[in-house]
Design a protein around this ligand. Structure first.
Ligand SMILES: CC(=O)/C=C/C=C(C)/C=C/C1=C(C)CCCC1(C)C
Ligand SMILES: CC(/C=C/C=O)=C\C=C\C=O
Ligand SMILES: [Fe+2]
Length: 571
């Protein structure tokens, strides 16, 4: 085992790198024939981009051993370049991060982030779209003002098959294995699609902590629900639903509380949506209710959905699944979807306890991936008159999907090509009115007309709330490049920005005992323009930076995270 000593302000950080072939890793191994790391180089130097490492451990003792690890040649080109859209494959990496500023001592626990961090299969196959990449977990563990980090690939069947066979083996978001060349194999392929056998289980979108403590990584295919160990980031295995509900696809973002998981299963055969509940401690989903589509011919894409205290809102977006596109091997402009404005847009409201639909209204056309939150609006007598549901809304323009192609993201032109987005606020009346409203909750210029990747204080889930955190824009840009705190009452935003950097979803963690909604910190991981990576902590209230912790190499962009509080047992 070799170690790299990194010295920084008042603390020694040792990255011990096992530069042997690892027995527990059937795919990896350190790549050879690359650059050598200079002895004694502090880790703020740009020296470890794009590493493929099998095993790294940390140590807090001062180390004298200075290794010369080999880096892959391709890492050279990442120097001085944003690494957000570059594959960084880590079969396993762990290390303590150098902290600047002060991490509050009350912040004790683990932030896990999932996302597509590997967009190639060897040298020959390169994915096209951000959402295609193989799932990559990053872990930040906060304890007593210190941060340790880890980084590891999820071993889905899709990932293992790709690494073993050196080719794409399952249907990913935008890509499918090559088309069969004769009728018989085409029929087989059809059967594989409808049985789900050819769909990916690459759980690259989110990670949730169930009420019973199990950690599940998710994508939009039901089979892509994978349990991981939050301490080691090891893949435990597929999360098996014990019910017989079937279903091939579900929302990438279930709503998870201490007692249950709620999710939506779109029904492509008989267009509609099944809303299901899985109680904590079980693997069994039970149907709460079903709602049929009002437009057609297929359900709208449900990447996420909002809930209030008593209701589940089922969005029916005019960006709909498309059976023909699902069958195609080659990508279409909207991938597996189709924009059907003539089919209109709807919002359905289902009662959580009965499954009854209490409202189903037509709303203006919209495009969203992420709902922020929802709540019940009451009159003076306390009667619920409407549901307010907020989302990151892309002005009913599907072009954002194309902008998330890797080619576009990697084009570092100063052109302002990120389409405008806003906080879209739906008002869904519960008085039987046939239509609902959709307006901007604040002037989108407050957040640079960019808006996505949101979080709230989880204690305000489903309740009247004031603050949302998200990624916004400092123009010109081709991707959201700020962190923004939205005040929905004052209709203002506070913005954090560092030139050339791409921040990931700001994640709010409340201070234990807090009484104010914004009393806590916001965590984000940043890929900066120099090819480096760090995590930043902002004060949830002032939105000022309070600390940053530097990674020894740049991180690929990641999507969504969750918080695993430190348990008493760990004290
Ligand atoms: C990363 C992200 O936000 C979304 C990922 C979505 C995926 C992987 C969707 C995959 C699908 C298939 C492989 C076939 C069926 C349709 C669909 C759910 C889009
Ligand atoms: C990263 C993203 C949209 C950015 C646009 O402004 C959407 C991610 C969706 C999946 O989680
Ligand atoms: Fe998402």
């Amino acid at each position: 085992m070799a170690s790299i000593l990194f010295t920084g302000a008042g603390r020694n950080v040792v990255l011990s790198s096992a530069l042997k072939d690892s027995n527990d890793d059937q795919f990896g191994g350190v790549r050879k024939n690359g650059l050598s790391l200079k002895k004694g180089v502090p880790f703020t130097d740009r020296n470890m981009q794009g590493l493929t490492i099998t095993n790294v451990a940390t140590s807090s003792r001062p180390a004298a051993v200075i290794p010369e690890p080999s880096l892959p040649t391709e890492t050279v080109k990442n120097h001085n370049k944003l690494v957000a859209w570059t594959s960084v494959r880590q079969e396993r990496w762990e290390g303590e991060l150098l902290v600047h500023g002060e991490i509050p001592v009350w912040l004790r626990g683990t932030y896990l982030r999932n996302g597509p961090g590997l967009w190639n299969i060897g040298d020959d196959y390169h994915f096209r779209h951000l959402f295609d990449g193989y799932a990559t977990l990053v872990r930040l563990h906060f304890n007593n003002g210190r941060v340790t980090a880890a980084h590891r690939q999820i071993k889905s069947e899709a990932y293992k098959a790709a690494m073993k066979n050196k080719k794409l083996c399952y249907r990913e978001f935008s890509e499918s294995p090559p088309k069969p060349n004769n009728f018989l194999s085409y029929v087989g392929e059809l059967a594989n699609l409808f049985s789900g056998a050819s769909l990916t289980d690459n759980a690259n979108t989110g990670v949730v902590r169930l009420g019973d403590g199990r950690i599940i990584c998710l994508t939009e295919t039901v089979k892509g629900s994978i349990q991981i160990d939050p301490d080691t980031l090891e893949t435990i295995g597929r999360f098996q639903y014990s019910d017989s509900l079937g279903g091939l696809i579900h929302s990438a973002h279930p709503v998870v509380t201490e007692s249950e998981l709620l999710t939506i299963l779109p029904d492509l055969v008989n267009p509609g949506y099944r809303v299901v509940r899985m109680a904590a401690g079980t693997n069994e989903r039970r149907v709460i209710g079903r709602v049929s589509c009002r437009g057609g011919p297929a359900p709208g894409w449900v990447h996420s959905f909002p809930v209030t205290e008593h209701y589940i809102v089922v969005p029916e977006m005019p960006l709909r699944y498309c059976a023909q596109n699902l069958l195609r091997a080659e990508p279409t402009p909207l991938y597996k979807f189709q924009w059907r404005p003539e089919s209109k847009a709807f919002m359905h409201v289902m009662c959580k306890s009965t499954g009854n639909i209490v409202a189903s209204v037509e709303v203006p056309l919209y495009v969203t991936f992420h709902f922020i939150n929802a709540y019940e609006e009451e009159d003076e007598e306390g009667r619920v008159t409407a549901i307010i549901a907020d989302c990151c809304e892309h002005n009913a323009d599907t072009s954002i999907l194309d902008k998330l192609r890797l080619h576009n993201l990697r084009s570092f032109s100063p052109q302002d090509v990120l389409p405008d987005a806003r906080v879209g606020r739906f008002r869904i009346p519960l008085d039987g009115s046939p239509t609902g409203g959709l307006e901007s909750a604040l002037d989108p210029d407050q957040h640079g007309r960019g808006m996505d990747m949101c979080s709230i204080n989880p204690s305000f889930l489903g309740k009247n709330y004031r603050y949302a955190y998200a990624c916004g824009a400092r123009r010109p840009c081709n991707f959201p490049n700020t962190l923004t705190k939205i005040d929905l009452v004052e209709k203002t935003a506070k913005n954090w920005h560092e030139e050339g950097a791409v921040p990931s979803e700001p994640f709010f963690v409340a201070r234990p005992g807090a009484t104010e909604e914004d009393d806590g910190v916001v965590i984000s991981m940043i890929s900066d323009k120099n090819g480096e990576g760090y995590t930043v902590l902002l004060d949830g209230s002032t939105f000022e930076e309070i600390a940053r912790a530097q990674f020894p190499y740049g991180l690929p962009y990641g999507l969504h995270g969750c918080w695993v509080p430190k348990t008493r047992l760990e004290d």
